[in-house]
Design a protein around this ligand. Structure first.
Ligand code: ZN
Length: 312
């Protein structure tokens, strides 16, 4: 499979990243950051979630955030929708896309939403109905696609079962979520080939976490399978609910840097993206794991008076 020449990046920092932040980030700050992402050329932003404010207080301002976002550039604004109530809220607020989620692993789905995988799949019918009233696109995420913290390996058949159900409901674009950073390049290759074989009409997006430091290696494996859509977080913000202190999603700027250096277009201004990540650092008052935002670009030239000499 040929590597893609253009890759679509989805920024998930204000959802996947911020949901793990204990201290409430002001609505105006969220709007500012999202508008900066849009200005940098990010084509799709999973900006928040229509969950119960009691479950995730950090995202309780989802409606107000959406109202403040600059929509003039046609950026796809996606929000997570856990149930019909959330779908109704998302439709009323006017999102471009609803993201539903059903885990590939039975135990993770139980832990996450207190339902079996089949119950979750059955519950999607009503969400699809609500979305169809306003012709809102629905995207299907699959947490624990590459492994489950309670079960270990997740079989390709379990993954395929969720994808088949999504497709049968008309969900033609899916994200394979590496919720706790268990993906490896080998697993990515196997999963992509298995799904592309059986569901050639379903578009695959890869959502990696850098929990064990091989997030971008997994992207390389995805590129080799022709996958042209990835989800990432500014500065690598986020975490892992089962590993305190673990790093979060793969970092957007580092991902864009990798792609651009390989001659793969994203339509994103990487310097503007790095500026957003630095802004996020000041907002959350701690350093983020992103590396390009600190090191600069490869061809940034220094004067010979700058920096210290070192051997090696
Ligand atoms: Zn995630």
């Amino acid at each position: 499979m040929a590597r893609p020449t253009h890759v679509k990046i989805t920024e998930v920092g204000t959802r996947d990243g911020f949901q793990a932040e204990a201290k409430f980030i002001p609505t105006a700050t969220k709007i500012r950051l999202i508008n900066q992402l849009i200005d940098a050329g990010v084509p799709r932003v999973e900006f928040s979630s229509f969950v119960s404010p009691k479950a995730i207080p950090q995202l309780a301002d989802v409606v107000d955030v959406l109202a403040g976002i600059d929509r003039s550039k046609g950026t796809t604004l996606a929000a997570l929708v856990p149930n019909p109530r959330g779908a109704a809220g998302a439709a009323a607020a006017g999102v471009d896309q609803m993201v539903v989620f059903v885990s590939a692993s039975e135990s993770h789905n139980q832990k996450n939403v207190n339902r079996s995988v089949q119950e979750s799949l059955d519950g999607l019918g009503e969400i699809m109905r609500i979305a169809s009233i306003d012709s809102i696109d629905v995207h299907g995420a699959i947490p624990t696609s590459f492994g489950c913290p309670f079960e270990g390996d997740v079989s390709l058949d379990s993954l395929g079962r969720v994808v088949a159900s999504y497709r049968d409901m008309g969900i033609m674009n899916i994200s394979l979520g590496d919720t706790t950073g268990m993906a490896t390049p080998t697993l990515v290759t196997d999963s992509c080939r298995y799904l592309q074989d059986r569901f050639p009409d379903v578009g695959i997006t890869l959502h990696f976490h850098n929990t064990r430091g091989i997030g971008l290696c997994n992207v390389m494996a995805g590129l080799d399978e022709g996958i042209d859509s990835y989800e990432s977080s500014f500065g690598g913000l986020g975490g892992c609910p089962f590993a305190p202190g673990a790093t979060g999603n793969i970092c957007s700027e580092d991902l864009v840097f990798l792609l651009h250096e390989m001659g793969i277009e994203t339509g994103i201004d990487i310097r503007k993206l790095c500026a957003v990540a630095r802004d996020v650092e000041t907002v959350i008052e701690r350093q983020l794991p992103g590396q390009v935002m600190k090191a600069g670009l490869r061809q940034d030239i220094y004067t010979m008076d700058e920096g210290k000499s070192a051997i090696g």
